[in-house]
Design a protein around this ligand. Structure first.
Ligand code: G6Q
Length: 529
């Protein structure tokens, strides 16, 4: 594949970038434009009239998708081809099959690899079903998930997103940070006799998780409880944690499921099924599977993940925006942006292409976000009138989850929430003229809205898959590997050097500061405190 900057479509987009659409100009944002620039699939509508995109830009972006074979690459990923690799260099060299973890519904993928992965995943779900029946009989009311990164962020975000669907007698808690205060806060007040602990680590070797496992175990043994009766494992086959004799039950994932893409595997499903029951989990998986099929659609205008990816590329590579905020107008999605931050930044925060060459174009932006309307009362000032342009992906729902609402001054709270969402989208796009510079809003700030009926299991699954596939499409188009994460290794290696010094100090072992001079400079600071 030609380098990004040598692509014909990129050349065309560079021409178009010189005179991009100005949303603040009178007559640009019209009802007709809003009507035309809406795409819908899997129960989600994308309203993108408030992006700085003309029909010419959209056509050129579609050409970019064609020229980079984005759709074929998505198909190759879902078919189980080995795409997690850097040509000619040591790398993970794996298939990427998270979509197979939910491919149990319509239009199943027919390749052997995918069928095999889906069958393995389904067998784990069946095992989980029996396990939960047994857990119910034993009266377990609480489950603590111990895991970090991909083994925490997504599962936690989805649990919170669907908490209103929780069984009344079940509660899920999470411990991720190696900060002992995290575990302390979670464990205090729990009736451990009725508590299950699921230790989730694909590698089975993550420092934080293994440390927290021991810390939690100690709580159980201190109370005379046997960890084997309470602890479950979710791990990779053959990992150091793959020892069923130590756990009440062991569930498995495979190397072709990346941590940040693992929510729909046992990494997320154990706690989700404990809290919500299998039926709701299947709805969630069905939503994700439905959006996976949308990602294969050759009708680019209704292929939401591709459309989202292309809009993101326009904002990043042609309007040169360095960040992108994801702002859900839904309290349930309180940790969703945090999950997407990992999903996107760990996947596309790369500076080499798939041949190991340094790229000369921008790749993944900084992703961040908080729920609205709360954000409006904090960082929106900068978004409306600051000097940096921050594209926003809004998420909103027509109905609230609980339906527990009240008419106050003629509208209920959900209508107030939606009014705020639409107002922000509009205000950012068109701005407001004023002779007073302090009250002047330049507008022309790109954003779009993902709108759905309700934040229910199916929709949350579809949203999760929308973002997973959007990130993958961007990686395909930028010709980078979105599925490894070498960038997090250096910190781990250095942390272990420090841990080694702490451990030697504790045991009174003599250590030569010259063996780690920079490290000692930091550690000595502790003595000054
Ligand atoms: C995700 C990353 C990373 C990983 C954690 C936990 O894609 O690889 O966040 O999920 O480091 O890893 P384990 O599940 O192996 O403990």
């Amino acid at each position: 594949m030609a380098q990004f900057n040598q692509l014909q479509s990129v050349e065309k987009l560079r021409e178009l970038e010189r005179m991009p659409l100005d949303l603040s100009h009178e007559g640009i944002l019209t009802p007709k434009r809003i009507e035309e620039m809406t795409a819908s699939a899997a129960g989600i509508s994308m309203l993108y009239a408030t992006e700085r995109i003309s029909n010419n830009v959209l056509e050129a972006l579609f050409d970019l998708a064609k020229e980079t074979n984005a759709l074929e690459k998505m198909q190759a990923m879902q078919n189980g081809e080995v795409i997690n690799r850097i040509e000619g260099f040591e790398c993970e060299n794996r298939m990427v099959l998270h979509a197979a973890m939910r491919d149990f519904f319509d239009s199943q993928n027919e390749t052997d690899k995918t069928k095999e992965a889906a069958a393995l995943a389904y067998a784990e779900l069946e095992k989980l079903k029996s396990f939960l029946l047994d857990a119910d009989k034993h009266g377990f009311t609480d489950l603590v998930q111990v895991g970090i990164g991909g083994s925490d962020l997504g599962p936690r975000a989805i649990y919170l997103a669907l908490e209103s669907y929780k069984k009344s007698d079940k509660n899920v808690h999470f411990i991720s940070n190696v900060d002992p205060d995290d575990a302390h806060k979670v464990l205090d007040g729990l009736d451990l006799k009725k508590t299950l602990v699921v230790v989730v680590s694909k590698s089975g070797g993550t420092l934080e998780t293994l440390t927290n496992e021991e810390l939690v175990k100690k709580r159980f043994t201190d109370q005379g409880l046997s960890p084997n009766e309470h602890f479950l494992a979710v791990t990779g086959k053959g990992s150091p944690m793959d020892d069923p004799s130590k756990y009440r039950e062991s569930f498995y994932i495979w190397d072709y499921i990346g941590g940040r893409y693992s929510v729909t595997s046992m990494v997320g499903c154990v706690e989700l099924a404990f809290a919500f029951g299998m039926e709701k989990v299947l709805d969630f998986l069905r939503g994700a599977a439905t959006m996976d099929k949308v990602a294969l659609s050759t009708d680019f205008k209704s292929n939401l993940p591709l459309l989202g990816a292309l809009i993101g590329i326009w904002n990043r590579n042609f309007l040169h925006c360095t960040t992108c905020a994801v702002i859900p107008y839904s309290q349930a999605l309180i940790r969703f942006s945090a999950h997407l931050q990992q999903l996107d930044m760990e996947s596309n925060g790369k500076r080499i292409d798939k041949s190991g060459e340094q790229v000369d174009y921008e790749t993944g932006p900084i992703i961040w976000g908080e729920p609205g309307t709360n954000g409006q009362h904090s960082f929106y000032q900068c978004i409306h009138q600051g000097t940096s342009i921050v594209p926003i992906e809004f998420i909103g729902f027509k109905e609230s989850q609980f339906g527990d609402d009240l008419l106050v001054k003629g509208t209920n709270s959900q209508e107030k929430l939606l009014s705020n969402l639409f107002a922000q989208s509009l205000g950012l796009a068109v701005g407001k003229k004023d002779d007073n510079p302090n009250k002047y809003f330049p507008g022309n700030r790109p954003n779009h809205i993902l709108l759905a009926k309700k934040c229910d299991p199916f929709t949350v699954g579809a949203l999760l898959s929308y973002f997973e596939n959007k990130v993958a499409f961007q990686g395909f188009i930028w010709n980078i590997n979105s599925f490894d994460q070498e960038g997090v290794q250096l910190g781990k290696v250095l942390a272990n050097q420090f841990i080694d010094v702490f451990s030697k100090k504790r045991s009174g072992e003599e250590i030569d500061p010259k063996s780690f001079p920079l490290g000692f400079s930091f550690l000595n600071k502790l003595d000054d405190i």
